[in-house]
Design a protein around this ligand. Structure first.
Ligand code: NI
Ligand code: MN
Length: 218
């Protein structure tokens, strides 16, 4: 059994035989929910503060390594990092693929690394976290190579990422069983109605709308 727990914004916890946290933006996040249990691994999609967030702090507290793009890892100090790049890797016994995303990546306005998404396989379930991105045709390739995707975690806020219309197109390309919206309603520019996303997805996938702190079983 694999559980996906929403921590608000783009932060999620994937809990099964491992406890993985993705994009732990807790401090300064108005939706923040603290992760539960002992964290084994922290994945970061890109260097923006609302994704890199508390990665280093949690890594220290839990003794958990941080996985991120090589160039971003150079800026994370005092904790173990796996600085990888686009491609598959087996890290701490977990199959992880870092995949491209269309966005930017910087710390204090200085470009650092490139943005990414992750495809994580845990206990026979495949989860895609898109990071911050616009929709792109190669999402179909993610399904071809690594599918079937059990759950796709997709930004729907617009302004910095896909909005509901683009995210619904992403669902068409990825063909996940379950789609979970993220990166909306945290701040005024990304105010969005997740039910609009559900309406546009229609019967292409089951849309599960999680409130921060809620979890769902895959
Ligand atoms: Ni970003
Ligand atoms: Mn963001």
């Amino acid at each position: 059994m694999v559980k996906v727990r929403y921590l608000g914004h783009s932060a999620f916890q994937i809990v099964g035989s491992r406890n993985v946290v993705i994009d732990p933006f807790i401090s300064g996040n108005p939706q923040a929910v603290e992760p539960e249990g002992r964290i084994d691994l922290i994945l970061v999609t890109h260097a923006h503060g609302d994704h890199l967030g508390d990665a280093a702090k949690l890594a220290k507290e839990h003794g958990a390594p941080v996985v991120c793009m090589y160039d971003i890892a150079q800026h994370i100090h005092g904790v173990q990092t796996y600085g990888m790049n686009y491609g598959p890797a087996k890290i701490e016994g977990l199959d992880i693929v870092m995949v491209p995303a269309w966005h930017s990546s910087s710390i204090n306005g200085q470009e650092i690394g490139n943005p990414a998404g992750y495809i994580v396989e845990m206990d026979g379930k495949t989860i895609y976290h898109a990071g911050d991105t616009f929709v792109f045709g190669d999402m179909a390739l993610f399904n071809e190579l690594y599918g079937p995707i059990d759950a796709a975690l997709l930004p729907i806020g617009g302004y910095f990422t896909m909005g509901p219309r683009e995210a619904a197109k992403a669902v068409e390309l990825l063909k996940p069983k379950i789609a979970i919206p993220m990166h909306y309603n945290t701040f005024p520019p990304i105010r969005q109605d997740p039910k609009e996303f559900r309406r546009l997805v229609g019967d292409m996938a089951e849309v599960r709308i999680l409130k921060p702190g809620e979890e769902t079983e895959l």
